[in-house]
Ligand binder design. Structure first.
Ligand code: NAD
Ligand code: DAU
Length: 332
């Protein structure tokens, strides 16, 4: 796989994956990205010239997608509308990009016999009770809650059908919550770090007791590359790093790292349909493909992330006020 097309390669995780490929392989990488509000063009522009080509376009546009897919050995599909809160305000771009976009790519890889990896989320499985000893596995039934997670679930099912009905050479992965540099300030961890940097109090939805299973984005990128290289066609792999924490614990740790009292946060209006808990059992990926997470010290990872946002104000500042204005309208 020498020529790899990465959709959504200018996004938070996609740009980390592209940087990973440039650092760890000699692949020639193309990025197909619409450069929506969520894109980090800077992260791609910072990579060595000649290693990465950026094509600005829509994954749902067959006229762009088809000739591009024809030039590559593999497609790794990150492009998506990714934020649950936005999907509650306007689901339409989620249906377009996550469903029609995935369909358009599948038709192209079917036509050209191209290897495909589909990047998805643990949210397709719905949520778990806080005291449930179970975690999600590859055989957990699909039960998505939000417009975002239902369009991701639909996209997974399209991929599975294209494997079975048309013999497309695809693998799938469903990962837990990522954190790290270049994550948009609308998301939980960057929002709270930049709130504290701005002298605002962190905002916890509801009682702050919902649990997420945190993984560093670099561990996610390495897992995707492992599956791309060694995964079995047609198989799904869950990616997680045993990082369960409730939102209150995360905010308290951020406040402590940033030298603030650990109770200096506000409880705000809850997210409608807010999933209680996600938890991943990644035994299959670990035992069959030998992947292990490396960023297992969550506090150290958060410290590095706080330092990154402190040092990159010029990157997040232009987005901050409009994001906070939108949240304020929703009482959050
Ligand atoms: P992101 O919102 O940061 O980035 C998405 C990227 O896709 C952006 O660069 C955007 O410009 C691009 N894009 C959006 N619509 C497009 C379109 N129609 N055509 C081409 N490009 C388009 O998202 P992220 O957090 O990096 O997530 C990447 C992928 O990983 C998504 O598929 C998401 O479902 C999945 N995922 C994310 C997480 C997480 O915690 N963030 C966890 C598991 C899985
Ligand atoms: O589980 C994987 C998913 O993780 C990905 O598929 C999504 O693309 C990604 O956005 C993320 O979804 P979440 O909804 O879990 O992430 P978010 O950062 O929006 O919120 C994390 C938790 O924090 C969630 O319980 C809601 C809560 N929250 C969020 C914000 C923005 C707050 O309490 N306060 C906030 O200000």
């Amino acid at each position: 796989m020498h020529k790899i097309l990465v959709t959504g390669g200018a996004g938070f995780i996609g740009s980390n994956f592209v940087e990973h490929l440039v650092r760890e392989t000699d692949a020639s990488v193309s990025v197909l990205d619409k450069l929506t509000y969520a894109a980090n063009r800077e992260a791609i522009d910072a990579l060595p010239e000649g290693r990465v080509r950026l094509v600005v376009g829509d994954v749902a546009d067959a006229g762009t997608v088809d000739p591009l897919v024809a030039e590559h050995d593999a497609v790794v599909h990150f492009a998506a509308e990714s934020h649950n809160d936005n999907s509650l305000n306007d689901p339409s771009p989620f249906v377009h990009t996550n469903l029609v976009g995935t369909f358009t790519l599948l038709e192209a890889v079917r036509r050209h016999g191209t290897r495909f990896h589909h990047v998805s989320t643990d949210e397709v499985y719905g949520d778990l009770a806080l005291d449930d000893p179970e975690r999600f596995t590859e055989s957990t039934p699909y039960n998505p809650s939000s417009p975002y997670s239902s369009t991701k679930a639909g996209s997974d099912l399209l991929v599975r059908a294209w494997v079975r009905s048309f013999g497309v050479a695809a693998t799938l992965s469903n990962c837990s919550n990522n954190y790290g540099p270049y994550q948009h300030v609308e998301k939980f961890i960057p929002r709270q770090i930049t709130n504290v940097l701005d002298g605002r109090r962190p905002k916890l939805y509801g009682q702050g007791l919902n649990v997420r299973d945190w993984i560093h984005t670099e561990d996610h990128s390495r897992a995707v590359r492992t599956i791309l290289e060694d995964g079995k066609i047609g198989e799904t792999y869950l990616i997680g790093a045993d990082g369960e924490k409730n939102n209150r614990e995360v905010v308290e740790t951020i406040l402590e790292i940033m030298g603030q009292p650990t109770d200096a946060y506000d409880l705000v209006t809850d997210r409608p349909g807010h999933d209680l808990r996600y938890a991943i059992d990644s035994t299959k990926l670990r035992t069959e493909l030998g992947w292990e997470p490396r960023f297992t010290d969550f506090r150290a990872g958060l410290e590095a992330t706080v330092a990154w946002y402190r040092d990159h104000e010029e990157w997040w500042r232009p987005m901050k006020d409009s994001v906070e204005a939108r949240y304020a309208e929703a009482g959050q």
